[in-house]
Ligand binder design. Structure first.
Ligand code: 5AD
Ligand code: SF4
Length: 440
């Protein structure tokens, strides 16, 4: 019996796909790389914007045809599976197994019978599940908290993933210990809001305390995603400052620079608070690399509001930004109550924001020229003759392939920068792993 998993969306989904893949292997399934080879195709979905939803719809159309031709088992999991929208699709396209983001541990039961199996419950045993280390990986994710207690008016995640639930610190540390023993040199602590870690469970460490604990485990690099500006506390900033293993890459989604828009988004902080947090980060961590998420064209966003986003961008001078056109999601308050802006307005604003991002990323990248950075080389780059990795600030870095013949950590002097990439020369290696280079 052969299974193929297709993953859309964020790092949480990548982690969940790995978790489910490990479950399948334990159940005796072989994992294959294509739909054609598979008896079971499991689609891990994202519902945060319209585009990934439409991609799943067309994929399910293809899978239904394949099923009619040769009898295929189709599975749907992840955020879209939790929503009416996804369940309607599942009915239409003949999905056999449907698992919400909280029901992944029901997979063995789902595959036992021949009946259609749907589970949308949030199961506690998911939090206790430790997936085995991914084979040959140098970098791995570890979920520390699931769900979200915020209610940003544009966002479907609180509906699909439920309220915040932190994993027990002992399990997190055990999972990281196993990853370390398997040769992993970089871990990313994951959560929709990592800095809420521990708040839901009396006796659990705070996120800052967890960072200190994980930072002492001997993993060279520890990263975390995603933080919420409302409770990105001084203690967290301090924990990063005093723990060398923790990278100084901070992803702090701002969404908008306008207080009017932030209020309609129910973002719980205002521009001044956000900028004060950034000032504090820069004061304590002068070498911090900052990135953000921005939504353009939220309902009611005026040109003046958008100008405030542009001016906030200049005040922060982000190294990187993930920029999105507002996408109305059924089931969210913004969808229900606010009128969407014309698409041309949104697209035009996005273009201007991308120009701003390119200018700043180039400027920030140039600041690294001449400096030595530690690069985790992971595979062959698209650019011929180069291998690619990322440094502790999450910049993609390219080095000549012959200088880094195996994946691993290398000391690299940055020689050149573009708005998207750094190019460097290897000046030293740190325990490269003795395995051949995969394609990046
Ligand atoms: N439209 C556009 N972008 C969205 N995001 C979340 N919901 C929406 C939406 N409805 C973006 C936010 C969030 C990121 C993961 O996705 O910027 O931080
Ligand atoms: Fe969505 Fe806001 Fe929660 Fe992030 S904090 S997952 S944007 S509701």
């Amino acid at each position: 019996m052969r299974a193929h998993i297709i993953t859309f969306g964020c790092q949480m989904n990548e982690y969940d796909s790995h978790l489910v893949a490990s479950e399948l292997v334990s159940l005796g399934w072989e994992l294959v790389e294509s739909v054609e080879e598979a008896d079971f195709v499991l689609v891990n979905t994202c519902a945060v914007r319209g585009k990934p939803v439409e991609k799943v719809r067309s994929l399910l159309g293809q899978l239904r045809k394949e099923k009619e031709r040769r009898g295929l088992l189709i599975g749907l999991m992840g955020c879209l599976a939790q929503l009416d929208e996804g369940q309607q699709m599942a009915r239409k396209f003949g999905v056999d197994v449907l698992l919400g983001p909280g029901a992944l541990t029901s997979l063995p039961e789902a595959l036992k019978g021949n009946e259609r199996f749907w589970d949308l419950t949030f199961k506690e045993d998911l939090l206790d599940y430790i997936p085995p280390p991914p084979k040959g990986a140098l970098s791995a994710h570890v979920t520390i908290i699931r769900g979200c207690n915020h209610h940003c008016t544009y966002c479907i995640v609180p509906t699909t993933r439920g309220p915040e639930v932190s994993r027990h610190p002992d399990l997190i540390l055990k999972e990281i210990e196993q990853l370390k023993a398997a040769g992993v040199v970089e871990i990313t602590l994951l959560g929709q809001n990592v800095n809420s870690y521990g708040k839901d469970q009396p006796g659990f460490p705070s996120f800052a305390e967890l960072l200190r604990l994980v930072g002492r485990m001997g993993i060279p690099r520890v990263r975390f995603l995603t933080s919420h500006p409302v409770n990105f506390t001084d203690d967290i900033i301090q924990a990063i400052a005093e723990t060398p293993a923790i990278t100084r890459y901070i992803h702090l989604p701002v969404q908008s620079g306008s207080d009017r828009v932030l209020r309609r988004m129910a973002r719980e902080y205002r521009r001044a608070h956000y900028l004060e947090r950034i000032r504090r980060i820069r004061e304590v961590l002068p070498d911090a690399v900052l990135s953000t998420d921005i939504i353009v064209g939220f309902p009611g966003e005026t040109e003046e509001d958008f100008q405030e986003t542009l001016s906030l961008y200049d005040e922060v001078g982000y190294d990187q930004a993930y920029m999105f056109i507002y996408s109305p999601r059924p089931g969210t308050p913004a969808y229900k109550h606010f009128q969407d802006l014309p698409r041309e307005v949104k697209v035009e604003r996005l273009q201007r924001l991308i120009e701003k991002q390119k200018e700043w990323s180039y400027r920030r990248n140039l600041e690294w020229v001449g400096k030595t950075v530690e690069v985790l080389v992971r595979g062959v780059a698209k650019e011929e003759g180069y291998v690619q990795g990322h440094d502790r600030g999450n910049h993609p870095v390219l080095v000549p392939a012959h200088q880094a013949p195996t994946p691993g950590l290398y000391q690299v002097v940055v020689k050149q920068a573009t708005p998207h990439l750094l190019f460097g020369e290897v000046v030293g290696a740190r325990e490269p792993a003795p395995i051949p280079l995969p394609v990046a």
